[in-house]
Design a protein around this ligand. Structure first.
Ligand code: HEC
Length: 113
């Protein structure tokens, strides 16, 4: 009897371990990328950029961030700085970094979502 319980516990534990960190890991990768490649201009907190004209990214909608980054990458949205930055990003990079940035709190966040 305890053998069966043990098996169930292991199965459940295995399921939780494989199912849960997937989302967390993406945002974690996004954090590394953001801190290495984006924080220098947009600020470590992604609210206070090095120039007041640099947009705040913390708490921005995830799908907006993904769309904008894809557009900078393709050239559909033109900006000499961001076109160069977005070009080497992969689809996963864009998804991860957008997940990280949208989860940060800042003046763009609101309580209705
Ligand atoms: C060299 C400075 C610099 C770096 C590094 C940089 N950015 Fe930017 N970013 C800018 C500037 C300037 C703008 C405004 C461009 C415009 O008006 O289209 C901008 C705009 C953006 C926007 C559009 C925001 C909006 O509200 O439409 C996003 C998203 C963005 N950056 C994400 C990133 C990400 C992600 C990285 C790192 C991979 C990054 N940036 C690195 C300078 C930078």
């Amino acid at each position: 009897m305890s053998g069966i319980n043990m098996k169930c516990t292991l199965l459940l534990a295995g399921f939780l371990v494989t199912a849960m960190p997937a989302a967390a890991q993406d945002a974690k990768k996004g954090e590394e990328l953001a801190q290495q490649q984006c924080a220098a201009c947009h600020g470590k907190d992604f609210v206070t950029g090095i120039d007041p004209t640099y947009p705040k990214l913390a708490g921005q909608y995830q799908d907006y961030l993904e769309k904008v980054l894809r557009d900078y990458k393709s050239g559909a949205r033109k900006n000499p700085i961001m076109n160069g930055i977005a070009k080497p990003l992969t689809r996963d990079d864009i998804r991860n970094v957008s997940a990280y940035l949208s989860a940060l709190s800042g003046p763009l966040s609101n309580q209705t979502r």
